[in-house]
Design a protein around this ligand. Sequence first.
Ligand SMILES: [Zn+2]
Length: 306
Amino acid sequence: MNLRFSLALMGALLSLALSAQAAPDGAKTPAAAAAKAVPATKSKLVPPPKPVALIQTPQAFCQQAAGRLPNVPMALCAQAQLQTNGAKSVHGHALMQRDVISPNAHLRVLVIGGVHGDELSSTSLVLHWIRAATETPSNIHWRFVPLMNPDGMLLARPQRTNARGVDLNRNFPTPNWDKEAPHYWSKRTKNDPRRYPGPKPLSEPESKWLFDEMERWKPDLIVSVHAPYGVLDFDGPTSPPQKLGRLYLDQVGIFPGSLGNYGGVHKKMPVVTIELPSAIRTPQEAEIRQMWLDLLRWTAERLGAN
Ligand SMILES: [Zn+2]
């Protein structure tokens, strides 16, 4: 290949790499970058294909998950002993959860993965942490929901939004949502389709389930796992964890309709947001373990788990 072509190719690759680096979960509006990664005309004209088979059972979940999630052997998924929790996605996939209850549990911690369907590693991490929870004594009632957005993740090409194109992490009823969320979307993200907050708060069954669960179960802490920005974020009334494994605290800002804003700022329910460094690879086993131990230690110190 000639030099000019090589330079053009390098430029294209560099801009792709930069667009992938855009900003932590909705921070600093990477609208232009996202538009480069997925051509806008394509996402508008071609409707996403429907998933082949509905997931109604934990066995079906594991058959799908083990094949497509990074670092999730079938045995790990089966050991997670997931159960349906009664909620369903837009397409009708059952949401799965697992409760791990220590004998003297007096704190409730809700761990959520796969809010964004293209962040595959987040679901993997939650499945690994279910095993860790069964092996580590604590005074916590854990509730794990590894995949909040199955419609987005189970596509041939996974997408951030749910089946109706809504960014679930912008669909929570923060104060003045009606004004702020659409305004933020149009002005700050330039109508980025990946960050559409929805027609109204809680318009989507997946976000509605999580909202209801916060009302019903009243977790003392929510841990929401995302990727790929490699940082730790925190919203809430207590002092944040400074690190989990190799992830360090970097509070990225407040967004209309986000879970951290709704839970941590508005409801005073602490929300730890984990941004794994890669959406398609999990951290190494030792790092997964260290993150877990750091989360346990901080929970014990700050929320009085022990
Ligand atoms: Zn995310």
